[in-house]
Design a protein around this ligand. Structure first.
Ligand SMILES: Nc1ncnc2c1ncn2[C@@H]1O[C@H](COP(=O)(O)OP(=O)(O)O)[C@@H](O)[C@H]1O
Ligand SMILES: [Mg+2]
Length: 294
């Protein structure tokens, strides 16, 4: 049975099918347990893909204190989310490039690394009020199980879990899903395997994650087309130019486009907003063993 949040989200995408784009407020959070799997790369390209498809797109660097999304867009912002915290209007902090607006974080800021609940909430309120002015909002969520990481996903209408085929990435992706389920009621997530050497490795990684999730968690996983390991993906990152603009015919760019088309086509509701609760700070009593993820 659909919850109210499901109904609202399905409505968004029914409208999307009519208009060819999501309704304002649609928010995709890219997350995953491990740094280096390509969350920021995938999020940056997702934002640009949406802008290319005529969607007014806001991009939020959710890794407030260790921000690097600006580098992938080739930007050196003067202002950041810290200015928003100090009272600046979000619209004055945004940086525009490649057709998107970026709300930048800061790299190496201890205040942003140690936000209290009220400070974090004030940032979420600003993001929520901004996103209704956009067709789509893309959040690059931080790695790990921090409160901000979990809450950034709770703001989203769609959670996209990014992992690589390595066992450690699988274990971390599982831990991330477990935290999102336990702490904010995630019931559905898209999954993309990035940096895979082959389709069969990617399929295998998804199957292992799904087996684990169906055994221990009640989360529905929606498999997306995988993104291959591709030297032009890392060259584009180094150049500060999104791969799908810089190298539109590169294998990773084509795969990103297929993956994002699949998100819009599959368009399920992925998040139960009614279940948004303050994280419990409960740690897990059992860590995933290598047996779980092999
Ligand atoms: N599909 C890919 N193929 C090759 N290299 C990739 C791919 N995706 C990401 N990378 C490389 O991995 C690096 C880390 O990616 P990033 O998006 O910053 O990871 P995360 O945000 O998960 O920490 C990038 O700078 C890029 O060079
Ligand atoms: Mg990142």
């Amino acid at each position: 049975m659909n919850t109210m949040a499901d109904v609202i989200s399905l409505d968004r995408f029914r409208t999307a099918q009519r208009r060819g784009k999501p309704t304002p407020g649609t928010t995709l959070a890219f997350t995953g347990g491990k740094g280096g799997v390509g969350k920021s790369f995938v999020a940056a390209n997702a934002a640009v893909w949406m802008a290319k498809h005529d969607m007014k797109t806001l991009t939020v660097d959710g890794d407030f204190a260790m921000a690097d999304l600006n580098l992938l867009f080739g930007l050196a912002p003067e202002r950041s989310i810290l200015d928003v915290l100090r009272g600046a209007p979000v619209a004055e902090v945004l940086e525009s490039a490649h057709g998107i607006d970026l709300l930048p974080g800061l790299n190496g800021n201890s205040m942003l690394a140690n936000l209290d609940a009220a400070q974090a909430a004030s940032i979420y309120v600003e993001i929520e009020s901004m996103r209704d002015h956009y067709d789509a909002t893309v959040i690059d969520a931080p790695a790990g199980l921090s409160d901000v990481g979990i809450e950034m996903c709770a703001l989203a209408t769609h959670v996209v879990l990014v992992l690589s085929p390595e066992p450690t990435s699988l274990a971390d992706a599982y831990a991330c899903l477990k935290a999102l389920t336990a702490r904010v009621g995630l019931d559905r997530a898209f999954v993309v395997v990035n940096r895979s050497d082959s389709e069969s490795d990617a399929k295998d990684a998804f199957a292992r994650l799904e087996a684990l999730v169906s055994r221990f968690l009640g989360v529905e996983l929606c498999e997306l087309p995988y993104v291959p390991s591709d030297p032009r993906a890392s060259t584009a990152c180094a150049l500060g130019s999104p791969a799908i603009l810089q190298y539109p015919d590169a294998p990773s760019s084509r795969a990103l486009s297929s993956m994002l088309s699949a998100v819009v086509e599959m368009s399920p509701s992925t998040f139960n907003h009614d279940a948004f609760v303050v994280p419990s700070h409960e740690d897990f009593t059992r860590t995933a063993s290598l047996e779980d993820v092999r």
